[in-house]
Design a protein around this ligand. Structure first.
Ligand SMILES: [Fe+2]
Ligand SMILES: [Fe+2]
Length: 184
């Protein structure tokens, strides 16, 4: 298994969810009828697939190896930048969840916070994914040795096997497809 190819494929799934997230936000903006629980599904996908499954492979395996192998300038520069963006994404999603809870409790003004955090998250992630696809991952492929890349492949393979025992990948692809057909 080529771990970087797999991560690029995961980016495609995450970007499809960003499209859904923006569409729901526009419906809210236009006062269209929206099932706000759809946002909870977006949050579930983002937390458990995009963050826990995908970002943790980057943080614990790929970026860790890049930092260790390529020196402090890489670890404290571009890699640190990626980690900060992962964390900022968590802030947007946490605030989105709080806004949804307030809205459900009757605070109609929270609609603006729902939209702001959802769109803030999508814009952040589009830019983040672009940087990884075109710069960070390609840098790793150029600079890491064959052996180092093979170690990354093996570690990611183990994560995939473990996750597939709970059908995690299939579950979130299905959740994404269901939301896409409901929202479009
Ligand atoms: Fe990332
Ligand atoms: Fe990524």
């Amino acid at each position: 298994m080529n771990a970087i190819d797999l991560m690029i494929e995961e980016h495609k799934l995450i970007k499809r969810m960003l499209v859904v997230c923006r569409k729901i936000s526009i419906k809210i903006l236009n006062n269209e009828e929206v099932d706000y629980d759809d946002f909870n599904k977006v949050i579930d996908f983002v937390r458990n697939f995009a963050d826990k499954h995908h970002h943790s492979k980057e943080e614990v395996i790929l970026f860790k190896k890049m930092g260790d192998a390529l020196g402090e300038r890489i670890a404290n520069g571009p890699i640190m930048g990626m980690l900060v963006e992962h964390d900022l994404g968590r802030l947007f999603i946490g605030n989105l969840e709080i806004s949804l809870a307030k809205f459900k409790a009757g605070d109609n003004d929270s609609r603006v916070d729902i939209i702001a955090n959802a769109i803030g998250y999508t814009d952040l992630l589009y830019r983040h994914i672009e940087k990884e696809d075109t710069t960070i991952y390609t840098f790793a492929l150029r600079k890491l040795s064959k052996e180092q890349l093979e170690e990354i492949n093996l570690a990611c393979y183990e994560v995939e096997i473990e996750a597939s025992k709970n059908s995690l990948q299939d579950k979130y692809v299905l959740l994404l497809s269901e939301l896409e057909s409901k929202i479009s």
